[in-house]
Design a protein around this ligand. Sequence first.
Ligand code: 5GP
Ligand code: ZN
Length: 118
Amino acid sequence: MCLFCKIVNNEIPSNVIAEDENFIAFHDINPKAPVHVLAIPKIHVDSFNEVSGEMMAGMTQFIQKVAVELKLDKSGYRVITNIGEDGGQEVKHLHFHILGGAKLKWEHFSDADTKGHF
Ligand code: 5GP
Ligand code: ZN
């Protein structure tokens, strides 16, 4: 069972801030902004590559609700999902980073070569 499935199952403790039948949101253990929350589906999905449109519809509403609960909706926030190797995904269970609580930076993400993609 993956790390985030264990969090869903309460086998690993987490600081939960919102939960419904299908999704759960908890504070990131290593915050990269004053507010850094992870929103995940309770069912295991590897990444954004595999998620259904139906699940994303529910996830969108859940993230919007979490942003209101965190009082980020007016000031603004950022939603990120990392996918696979180049995306920097470390935990192979779909999760959306919800970041806010300060004016966030927007840096270049890579100095590496483009691997011929562009
Ligand atoms: P990724 O790099 O896969 O997009 O993001 C994984 C995130 O999970 C990282 O921001 C990391 O700090 C967070 N994380 C890793 N292990 C744990 C944990 O055991 N508990 C919590 N709450 N967050 C974790
Ligand atoms: Zn999982």
